[in-house]
Structure formats: C-alpha cells, structure tokens
Design a protein around this ligand. Structure first.
Ligand SMILES: C[S@@+](CC[C@H](N)C(=O)[O-])C[C@H]1O[C@@H](n2cnc3c(N)ncnc32)[C@H](O)[C@@H]1O
Length: 267
C-alpha cells in the first residue's frame, strides 16, 4: 500500500470506519474483527493471540486474577486471546491510538458481556495516527502506580522512536506492580541481529540509521523501527527492572519462539 493510501486509511477512511463500527452492525462479528478493518495483522490473528498469551504465561508469570495492561491494544488481538483463555478471570485494560479499533473492541466485549476496558488516546504516530495531538514522549499513562501485574506491548515499540519508547518504558515501570512483569516485543539491535541484517538474512533491511535505531523507510519512519537492546536494558534498569531477559525472534533470519524479539522485564 502506498504512503498516501495509508495516510488516507488512518485519517479520512478511519473516520468513516469509526462511524460504521459505532453506529451500524456491518463490522460486528462473533469471534474476531473482519479482515477489512483489522490493522493488527489479520493473518493468523487467533494463532498469534493464543501464542502470545501462552508465552506470557510461560515467561511473564501471567495467571488467573492478574491485572493486565495492554499497551497499543489495537483491535483486541491479545484481549480476545485472554478472554478465550481466562474469560473474566483477569482484570484487563488496554489503550490505543486508532479510534476505530477501540470502538470495535468496546462494542464486541460489551456484547460478550465481558468486563474488559478499552480506551483511546489521541497520540501522534506518523504511520497510525498522523493527526494525533499528544506526543508519545509526553504521554502519561492514565493509571495509578502499581495498577498491573503484567504489562504487555506487542509490536508497538516496532512503530515508535527512541524518546517515545523511553517514556513508555518509564510509564510502564510506574504502573506495573513490584514483582510484576513487562512482556514487550520489538526488533532488537545487538551484535547478532546487526550481523544478520548486514548479511541480508533478516526479514527487514533496516537500512537507515537513526539515533540508536534503524528504520525501514525514511518517508514513513514509524512503519518499522529496530531499537538498540543495550539501551533498552539499561533504561529498564534505571526504571527499576530487577531482571531483564531476551528471547530472540525469527525476524532476524534464524529460529525463534515468535516473529519479533521478546523482552521480559521483572520489576
Ligand atoms: C502492529 S499493531 C499491534 C497491535 C497489538 N499490540 C497486537 O499485537 O495485536 C501496532 C499498534 O501500535 C499502536 N501504537 C502505535 N504507537 C502507539 C503509541 N504511541 N501508543 C499506543 N499505541 C500505539 C498502533 O495504533 C497499533 O494498534
């Protein structure tokens, strides 16, 4: 899809979709969002959601009764998987910057009778919300300290720049309880991934250098961002993370548990 079409998709077309989602039944579905409005990766939507929840159980100590924050929840891929696994036996909050994803999720979960909370934040992103009014580096998560046991951000830092990620990690540390976990996915830069990128074995070229990042497109910098892992780990440590682990993803061109790298931090 061209940059212009994409811009239309997340501005004018998004407004039309929002109205249709909210006020008509055309996009209502029993299980998952219709492909045409699904911007969270419609291929293997259910499978990726289920895999993520199972990895969160194995590596981020996710369990029944947990309070879960879904940062960049889109149109509910993780929420739907959590609901398939736990029903109402988790306390879920998610926020995102694309209004119609939030509207679809709110409507769908209300129909399910599930007590899952979704909110919209009008945060700027050159790819997903080019009209957004709040800069991601300034955004304060609208939750109290120690509100969550597990915070999850899948495929979100892959669309953000370094100062924005710094703020989001700081915010995550503030709202996640002591002993709680962050489960985040990213394209991580370390010696191994640099070598695979340079050898053209990785799934992205990441040919443009940024500040501690590499990006795929100069005209659309938030389309795909790879971030320096030493910096992420050091920043998490300054935010109070007591343990940080990496599970490398197969985007690098080798094997992995999931496509993107997984970062697990314990606070
Ligand atoms: C590839 S989708 C992944 C969505 C979801 N986490 C999932 O795994 O299904 C990327 C998401 O990041 C969201 N996003 C981008 N920048 C954001 C920001 N600053 N704050 C919250 N969400 C953001 C986009 O709106 C989009 O929903």
């Amino acid at each position: 899809m061209s940059a212009l079409l994409r811009r239309l998709k997340y501005t004018l077309i998004a407004d039309i979709i929002s109205g249709l989602v909210k006020y008509t039944p055309v996009f209502d579905r029993k299980d998952i969002p219709p492909e045409i409005i699904n911007f969270a990766g419609h291929k293997s939507f259910k499978e990726v959601g289920d895999l993520t929840v199972s990895l969160m159980q194995d590596h981020a100590a996710l369990k029944p009764q947990d309070r879960v924050l879904d940062i960049g929840c889109a149109i509910g891929r993780i929420a739907l998987a959590l609901h398939r696994h736990f029903g109402d036996d988790v306390a879920y909050s998610g926020f995102d910057i694309v209004p119609y994803g939030i509207s679809w999720a709110q409507k769908h979960f209300a129909k399910l009778g599930a007590d899952y909370h979704f909110s919209h934040a009008d945060i700027y992103n050159s790819f997903y919300n080019p009209r957004g009014r709040i800069l991601p580096q300034d955004f304060q998560f609208p939750y109290e300290e120690n509100s969550f046991d597990v915070s999850v951000a899948t495929s979100v830092y892959t669309h953000m720049q370094k100062p924005d990620i710094a703020n989001y990690l700081t915010q995550t540390a503030r709202v996640t309880a002591k002993g709680g976990h962050l489960y985040a996915t990213c394209f991580g830069l370390d010696a191994a991934s640099h070598a695979l990128i340079d050898a053209k074995r990785s799934h992205f070229s990441f040919q443009y250098e940024g500040d501690g990042t590499r990006i795929e497109s100069q005209s659309e910098p938030d389309m795909a961002v790879a971030i320096d892992l030493d910096w992420v780990f050091a920043h998490l440590a300054t935010c109070g993370a007591r343990e940080v682990n990496l599970l490398p993803g197969y985007w690098r061109g080798e094997t992995g548990l999931d496509f993107q790298d997984i970062i697990i931090a314990k606070f």
